[in-house]
Write a protein that binds this ligand. Structure first.
Ligand code: AHR
Length: 619
């Protein structure tokens, strides 16, 4: 491998080159990154009509003790359904309530993770014609022990009343539930029940362990909220940003019909923008352009949709006194968010109304916000787009061999025109397992090709990002979690090798190998902002089953300027190319780093079969 460090002029890799694509899929937001513990907190998931199914809420007590129905008496206009609990038993007398009480409980998303010593804020709304005596409890799965409880005694709640309670857990159980119970005869309505750990990232509602997994990748951007989730099977079920902002109690929630689950939309448009800011990543908002998988709005009547998107941009960027900027400010963020990229739809180019709709969005957005970069769904990699765009979206899901070959996909493309946003790439099928090393290596080779072609590719992200192991709708994914645990697949760890590439200088590198070579390499020079030290990084994928002894020769770098003590070699490998991580072996395939003893401008490096290697020479 020949590397030249004195290329002139130096070519900077875009700051946004490697990022993440967050989709509400596999319960990655609801029941995932969004730390809300209650599932279906507004009781609306069964629909707006009565009787409505309140699942996964369950009733505690048989029909001789309590009768629960639903009516439309909630105090929230956009979500009227509330459960009505008719309590038939009493504290004493013939029909005495059981000691545990009767009521309703919510198991969260396959169990709530309650941890000893941590505090949980429970909020709910309640109404009753009689004074109430209720208990609010966090209950563990082990013999239904109480982990925390608080009583509300003799309170007058004839009008809907908001209750906020802090519960500190006396024990730990990742499979707990929240219970609202009583032992007093009467009728009680409850609604908008929330349980949030206080320990979310900056108090912004993001589950800290999952947030950390993202922050550790140092993403240059975050694309949200999909994916197909943006489109919906039907337009009526698409993500509508206006329904996801403002007070959480007032958000109607919606059924994401592509991935077939309800979300309360606690993780709404504002929270996505906040997430981007907290990650130090630029937000890339993918909006619905009037096209779903099964229906579409004609371009002649698309203007209200266009106005809706202009409103969204004003919400993100507008002055706090503007109509929508003031809504953002009222939510606690007076400063505008740094929204610079929007994508017009997801995978919609083939639809008959796409170009017509796209042009209406494009013209209106560019007119009002000329600096915003607009991403088209049409592939501009093989032919020139027939419409204006700053970037074009490029998705690839394929097997490992073809992903490996796709490292050269952009080598011969036109160097002018809109740049590529590779917003979804992944190896799928048998090669991928549930996240194999083989998958990660083929994807690494693809990314090395993108890095080399970063003059025509501006952004890239793996997809999907997250999966809740209880709802594996789309396989494979980068990060796997349940209520209390998380691990990265080899693909996740592979992305760590690229986190210094954003804003780095691409170096000229040339592999001298035969045409059937299983190697792909790239070289960059980057600076560690903490130590202010510069590194030369060489990354190589060995996609073959043989060990390779690689001769590395770096021109333009004085041997004596290399600090051997600070130079390292990092590898991602396993004796089995199909090896995967799991909850029991979360780091079976993860990078290992050691000092590079023979660091020099001329050196031999041994590449293990099926491996990704990164060599960092400290200068
Ligand atoms: O990443 C999973 C899905 O794959 C996305 O929702 C969609 O854009 C693609 O088809």
């Amino acid at each position: 491998l020949f590397v030249n460090v004195s290329e002139n002029p130096p070519r900077k890799i875009p700051n946004t080159m490697f990022g993440i694509s967050f989709e509400e899929i596999n319960h990655s937001g609801a029941g995932g990154l969004w730390a809300e513990l209650v599932s279906n907190r507004g009781f609306e998931a069964g629909g707006q009509n009565t009787p409505s199914n309140i699942s996964p809420w369950s009733i505690l007590g048989d029909e001789s003790l309590i009768f629960v129905s639903t009516d439309r008496s909630s105090c929230f206009d956009r979500n009227r359904i509330a459960p009505r609990m008719e309590v038939l038993c009493n504290t004493d007398g013939g029909n005495m309530c059981p000691a545990a009480g009767v009521g309703v409980y919510n198991p969260g998303f396959w169990g709530m993770n309650i941890e000893q010593g941590k505090t949980y804020k429970v909020t709910f709304y309640v109404r009753s014609l009689q004074p109430i005596e209720m208990s609010v409890s966090l209950i563990g799965s082990n013999a239904l022990q109480k982990l925390a409880t608080a009583d509300i005694i003799d309170e007058n709640v004839t009008n809907w009343t908001k209750k906020e309670i802090l519960l500190q857990a006396a024990g730990t159980d990742p499979n707990s539930r929240l219970q609202l119970t009583t032992r007093k005869k009467g009728t009680i309505w409850v609604d908008q029940v929330s349980a949030m750990p206080l320990s979310t990232h900056k108090g912004h509602g993001f589950r800290q362990d999952l947030f950390n997994m993202l922050a550790d990748l140092k993403p240059g951007f975050i694309r949200f909220p999909g994916g197909s989730f943006v489109e919906g099977e039907w337009l009526v079920n698409a993500f509508r940003w206006k329904e996801t902002v403002g007070a959480w109690e007032e958000r109607p929630g919606h059924f994401g019909d592509v991935w077939q689950y309800w979300t309360d939309d606690g993780l709404g448009y504002f929270e996505y923008l906040q997430l981007a800011e907290d990650l130090g990543a630029l937000p890339v908002w993918v909006f619905n352009n009037g096209i779903s998988h099964n229906d579409q709005v004609d371009s002649s009547v698309i203007l209200p949709f266009v106005q809706d998107i202009l409103d969204a941009i004003e919400f993100a960027r507008g002055d706090p006194t503007s109509t929508w900027g003031s809504v953002r400010a009222a939510m606690g963020h007076a400063e505008p968010f740094d929204l610079r990229y929007v994508a017009v739809g997801n995978q919609d180019c083939g639809n008959k109304n796409y170009r017509g709709n796209y042009m209406k969005f494009y013209t209106a957005i560019k007119g009002a916000y000329p600096d915003i970069k607009i991403i088209s769904n049409c592939d501009g990699s093989t032919r020139q787009l027939d419409h204006p765009a700053d970037l074009y979206d490029f998705h690839v899901y394929t097997n490992a061999n073809s992903m490996f070959s796709m490292a050269h996909n952009f080598d011969h493309n036109s160097r002018s025109g809109p740049k590529a946003f590779v917003s979804e790439y992944a190896v799928t099928g048998n090669d991928a397992g549930r996240g194999s090393l083989l998958k990660a290596l083929a994807e690494a080779a693809f990314l090395l090709g993108l890095e080399i072609n970063s003059d025509v590719v501006e952004m890239a992200s793996n997809a999907p990002l997250f999966v809740n192991a209880n709802d594996w709708r789309f396989n494979p994914d980068a990060i796997v979690f349940d209520s209390s645990k998380v691990y990265g697949t080899p693909s996740y760890w592979m992305q760590h090798f690229f986190k210094e590439s954003n804003g780095a200088i691409l170096l000229n590198s040339k592999l001298q190998a035969n045409s059937s070579s299983s190697l792909i390499a790239s070289a960059i020079s980057w600076k560690n902002p903490d130590s202010n030290r510069s590194y030369l990084r060489i990354k190589v994928v060995n996609f073959g089953s043989n060990r390779v002894s690689l001769k590395v020769s770096v021109d333009g770098l004085d041997k004596n300027s290399i600090e051997v003590a600070g130079s390292t070699i990092t590898t991602l490998m396993s004796s089995n190319a199909m090896a995967e991580n799991s909850f029991s072996e979360p780091k079976k395939v993860a990078p290992t780093t050691s000092q590079l003893e023979n660091a020099s401008n001329r050196m031999n490096v041994v590449l293990a079969p099926y491996s990704l290697t990164s060599i960092d020479l400290l200068r």
